[in-house]
Design a protein around this ligand. Structure first.
Ligand code: CO8
Length: 258
């Protein structure tokens, strides 16, 4: 649809693909771009045909961070008072699975944006980093928190205190990225993953995502409680019955997302 200025956005069967499209600025995440991503996500969440979402970049970058030109002349009273970049949380609030397909730079807010997604696939030339320290600020959208939970204190400290980039393979070793592909194979692989995810019951998939996120955001005791409740809740769906019946009857399940 031609109404977006900073992203391209398409639906491909049960998959929604959001492509950051501000190549000249290495997809720097200006306010307008983030608002468009949020609008696309609103639409994809409303569309019951969509079972998984891919977020990807273009040209040399996934995204080279928050827009430094936009931040340059801001002052504390504005950013604090206006809760600057508050709407960035839209991605992590998405109930449907979001896959980041990272080819090229994922720096600062770009790395944080990838980590807001549920699964990160990377092209072998991708670079990840939190370079905020080099421009006199610090990560502001999860770089000191999500990165530390995933990679541990020593690695996270090294990245945020030096600002240096790491390769896709290093990111994979650290657990930030789940798989690395040759550049050209990244998007097809992300689509294949998204199709696999979207082939399951969409309602149960959302419960599953919620359960994993509980592990990430709560104590073990609370997380186990939430998991048990959600597991019980799958018994309120037709798809749970259908999935188990199909197994017993040795046929493929026909999920109705109900
Ligand atoms: N913001 C604005 N413009 C950018 C950004 C950016 N983050 N990154 C690149 N650009 C622009 C450049 O200014 C340049 O524009 P122009 O042609 O008008 O001069 C164009 O993109 C191309 O960039 P380069 O010429 O620099 O390209 P190179 O290939 O030489 O270098 C790099 C590529 C290494 C990626 C380099 O562009 C770079 O270091 N970019 C900045 C990376 C960075 O510091 N990112 C962190 C930004 S701070 C941040 O993200 C804080 C997040 C806080 C979120 C808070 C939420 C609540």
């Amino acid at each position: 649809d031609g109404s977006f200025q900073f992203i391209k956005y398409e639906k491909n069967g049960s998959i929604g693909v959001i492509t950051l499209n501000r190549e000249k600025a290495l997809n720097a995440l200006c306010d307008g771009l983030m608002k468009e991503v949020a609008m696309a996500l609103d639409d994809l969440e409303r569309d019951s045909a969509i079972g998984a979402i891919i977020l990807t970049g273009s040209g040399k970058a996934f995204a080279a961070g928050a827009d430094i030109k936009e931040m340059q002349n801001q002052e504390f009273s504005n950013v604090f008072g206006g809760n600057f970049l508050n709407h960035w949380t839209r991605i992590s609030d998405c109930k449907k699975p979001v896959i980041a397909a990272v080819n090229g730079y994922a720096l600062g807010g770009g790395c944080e944006m990838a980590m807001m997604c549920d699964i990160i696939y990377a092209g072998e030339k991708a670079k990840f980093g939190q370079p905020e320290i080099a421009i006199g600020t610090i990560p502001g959208a999860g770089g000191s928190q999500r990165l530390t939970r995933v990679a541990g204190k020593s690695k996270a400290m090294e990245m945020v205190l030096t600002g240096e980039m790491i390769s896709a393979h290093e990111a994979e070793k650290m657990g930030i990225v789940s798989k690395v592909f040759p550049t050209e194979e990244l998007l097809p692989a992300a689509l294949k993953l998204a199709e696999k995810i979207a082939s399951h019951s969409k309602i149960v998939t959302q419960m599953c995502k919620e359960a994993v996120n509980a592990a990430y955001e709560t104590t073990l005791r609370e997380g186990l409680h939430i998991e048990r409740r959600l597991f019980h809740a799958t018994f309120a769906t037709r798809d749970r019955k259908e999935g188990m019946s199909a197994f017993i009857e040795k046929r493929s399940p026909k999920f109705t997302d109900s």
